[in-house]
Design a protein around this ligand. Structure first.
Ligand code: ATP
Ligand code: MG
Length: 507
């Protein structure tokens, strides 16, 4: 009996001696704890911050915390198959994503892998997710327009190529619709689009894809999706993935529009990772470097100068506010990083003033340099007109007896607000927006009843794009309203108003 147990002991000793322990010092490490998408790994002495690490069973991780005795790793995938004491290997490179024209029309995950079932993607190159933003000497000031197709935005808060314009508002205020309209209006404009969905419901992403497909806009768009059910690390890297994809085209001298929908959820995913990595938390439990999280992303948008190819990356980040509070931590951070914001007002949205852009709180700090002469001509007084209308409106509620001047401003304001309304996913061309605002500038709007403003506008657009096409073409080519064009429009508009009246009210 005792002989047998001695034999067993001998056998076990042999076994233990024959085990080859990996060299834990440099290239390998072992998992000490794992859970909630985070692993702590011992060993890996030479690992660099942001390095991609490979776990057993094809899971990858991102080295984020370099501590004295261990490395904190955010797992880019499920942690179900990772166990304590599993081996972790270095890859000696940071996380990269495949970029190139093959991505157009595709839906990919945060690591650039296709998730639309349309087969593999052959990338032109691999780029690091994180990269230094273009330096001052490589940049040029914003001077070309990027049309959003929305009257209220293109007229009052114009966006230029290379600009970063924040879209901010409560939930369900038309934020996503606004960027969809912007993507749709890039059709035929040689602007590639990258839509990054961060922490969105998969059904919302599917809706976006369908809408783009239905309007023929998917061909020039890439969708990077890290849905709400994906792990926090994947949501955390997805905007950088989108940015790297866009950067490739910018470096080739092309124009790109990139949308981050939305950065509030991005900040939350980073907070989750940071807390799990036991980093110290600060205001609203966000880690101290949450500003850098967004600044290093948005700073990569630029308008490059000719010497560097002249490409541009315009960024439209989205932030969701709680009860319209734009002075919360993350909103103020992103407002200070961007070159302006479009504030969407929930009350206006519910009152039917859609798009619900708040003309008082919205601003574009650099875009007006990019606005066309024609647009400037017809929209210069809009902000003031709206401001005086809203001011008088609140005060006129208390009195029924208004003096003629107040009544005139209110009547005009009502018509102007009506004119600035626009349906979901129906972007207008630059020329059509100029023509609509021409009605306001030259007083034709005041000849119409409020309810007739939008139907008349539709008729006018129809006639202008068929009967008077040469005028529209001239505006499109020159981006100017010459005296001659203004004179012709002054004869055409009254005729069209008469035609509208005859059609609707009889002669
Ligand atoms: P969430 O906070 O859920 O992301 P959101 O702010 O992105 O919401 P959207 O999803 O764009 O809002 O829009 C909410 C709803 O309002 C949608 O059903 C959309 O069709 C409608 N909507 C948005 N803009 C307009 C508009 N200009 N005219 C009419 N309906 C609109
Ligand atoms: Mg949305």
């Amino acid at each position: 009996m005792s002989l047998q147990s001695e034999q067993i002991i001998e056998k076990l000793k042999e076994r233990i001696q024959s085990i080859e322990l990996p060299d834990l010092s440099e290239e390998h490490g072992v998992v000490s704890t794992v859970g909630d998408g985070i692993a702590f790994v011992r060993g890996l002495r030479d690992v660099v911050s942001g390095e991609l690490l490979k776990f057993d069973g094809d899971t990858y991780g991102l080295a984020l915390n370099l501590e004295e005795n261990q490395v904190g790793v955010a797992l880019l995938g499920s942690d179900m198959n990772i166990r304590e004491n599993d081996i972790v290997r270095r890859t000696s490179h940071v996380v990269q994503v495949g970029v190139g024209d093959a991505l157009l029309g595709r839906v990919v995950d945060a690591l650039g892998r296709p998730i639309d079932g349309k087969g593999d993607i052959k990338p032109d190159a691999m780029l690091n997710l994180e990269r230094m933003a273009p330096g001052v000497m490589t940049r040029e000031s914003v001077h070309e327009s990027l049309f959003t197709g929305m009257k209220i935005v293109d007229a009052m808060i114009p966006i230029g190529k290379g600009q970063r314009e924040l879209i901010i508002g409560d939930r369900q205020t038309g934020k996503t619709s606004m960027i969809l309209s912007t993507i749709l209006s890039q059709k035929g404009q040689n602007v590639k689009c990258v839509y990054v969905a961060i922490g969105q419901k998969a059904s919302t992403v599917a809706r976006v894809v369908k809408k783009l497909q239905d309007h023929g806009a998917l061909d020039y768009t890439v969708i990077v999706s890290s849905a709400a059910d994906e792990s926090a690390p994947l949501q955390y890297i997805s905007p950088y993935t989108g940015c790297a994809i866009a950067e490739y085209w910018m470096d080739k001298g092309e124009d790109v529009l990139v949308i981050y929908d939305d950065l509030s959820k991005h900040a939350v995913s980073y907070r989750t990772i940071s807390l799990l990595l036991r980093r110290p938390s600060g205001r609203e439990a966000y880690p101290g470097d949450v500003f850098y999280l967004h600044s290093r992303l948005l700073e990569r948008s630029a308008k490059l100068n000719k010497q560097y190819g002249g490409g541009s990356m315009t960024a439209l980040p989205i932030i969701e506010t709680q009860a319209g509070d734009i002075s919360a931590y993350i909103p103020t951070n992103v407002i200070s990083i961007t070159d302006g914001q479009l504030f969407l007002n929930l009350d206006a949205f519910n009152a039917g003033r859609r798009p619900a852009v708040d003309s008082g709180l919205s601003v574009s700090r650099v875009g007006s340099a990019a606005q066309t002469k024609a647009m400037k001509h017809v929209s210069s007084s809009l902000k003031l007109e709206l401001a005086s209308y809203y001011e008088l409106l609140s005060f006129a509620q208390f009195s029924s007896d208004l003096d003629p001047e107040t009544k005139r401003i209110i009547d005009h304001g009502e018509r102007l607000v009506e004119l600035l309304k626009q349906e979901d996913s129906s972007p207008l061309s630059h020329e059509m927006i100029v023509l609509s605002l021409f009605l306001n500038k030259y007083g034709y709007l005041d000849e119409l009843e409020v309810k007739d403003v939008l139907p008349f506008e539709a008729l006018m657009h129809k006639r202008m794009s068929t009967v008077y096409k040469e005028i529209v073409d001239t505006i499109a080519e020159t981006h100017e309203l010459s005296d001659e064009t203004i004179e012709s429009l002054k004869t055409i508009m009254p005729q069209l108003i008469q035609e509208y009246r005859d059609m609707n009210y009889g002669s």
